[in-house]
Design a binder for this molecule. Structure first.
Ligand code: PGA
Length: 241
């Protein structure tokens, strides 16, 4: 794992955005997989700025997303389809038909997961963005007895619901389930960039950087087995010891 330590959160976002800009410029029809939550918002602002300054072109870029809640309408402010439109896609020159955020309802989830996997398989992810949960989850792959392979429905960990309740009126409003890409699909991405910012991530980053074995109870540890992972974090979270 390649570790980059920056002075503060803004610098982490800029560094992450620079990797995205460089990779898109190298391969204009790149396939991305993007993340939601607090962490990537600064990076998305940098991408919007770069697109407006003609430093990067999204015309031929294709994009998937890691996960989404179940039970929220597409225009609910906490639905990740809405998030991606608001935070990025409405502000860059990406084609509407070139991005897809997973979205299921109770009736169609089995076929939907299969279809999403098929699309991921056909496209192949070149560059995938990750945040990390305080419990070590990546996407919504929560600590578990075994690693998942493909897209599936998960029961959200109470820790995750609590951490994400800051976006909702109350914890009762946080959905109990989500759809997420599997660990297997994440590991197939050619290049992975994981950003970690904010004091709350200090413990989990320490655990990840000192992990010696891969353990499904600590999902992010799977990244030890990937050939091209870059972790970008801020000085305050980085404990060399
Ligand atoms: P956050 O979420 O960026 O909102 O901290 C990250 C995650 O839970 O994966």
């Amino acid at each position: 794992m390649n570790i980059i330590v920056k002075k503060n959160a803004d610098e982490v976002s800029k560094e992450g955005a620079n990797i995205f800009i460089e990779e898109i410029n190298k391969k204009p029809n790149i396939v991305l997989c993007l993340a939601t939550g607090s962490t990537p918002q600064g990076l998305y602002k940098e991408l919007i700025k770069a697109n407006k300054n003609n430093e990067v072109n999204f015309k031929r870029v294709k994009s998937f997303n890691l996960d989404n809640y179940i039970g929220l309408e597409k225009n609910d402010i906490n639905n990740y389809d809405y998030y991606m439109r608001e935070k990025l896609f409405n502000h860059i020159n990406i084609d509407k038909e070139n991005w897809l955020v997973p979205f299921v309802n109770e009736e169609n989830y089995e076929t939907y997961c299969k279809e999403y996997d098929q699309l991921l398989e056909e496209s192949g992810i070149d560059l995938l963005l990750l945040g990390i949960g305080e419990n070590g989850h990546i996407a919504f792959n929560e600590p578990s007895d075994k690693f998942s392979v493909g897209t599936h429905i998960v029961d959200l960990d109470e820790k995750t619901r609590k951490a994400n309740s800051r976006f909702f009126d109350s914890i009762e409003d946080v959905p109990k389930q989500a759809i997420t890409m599997g660990i297997g699909s994440i590991m197939k991405a050619k290049k992975i960039v994981l950003l970690a910012i904010g004091e709350k991530k200090k413990e989990v980053i320490k655990k990840l950087l000192s992990a010696e074995k891969i353990d499904p109870q600590f999902p992010a540890s799977i990244l030890l087995a990937h050939r091209d992972v870059t972790i970008i974090t801020e000085e305050a979270l980085y404990d060399k010891n």
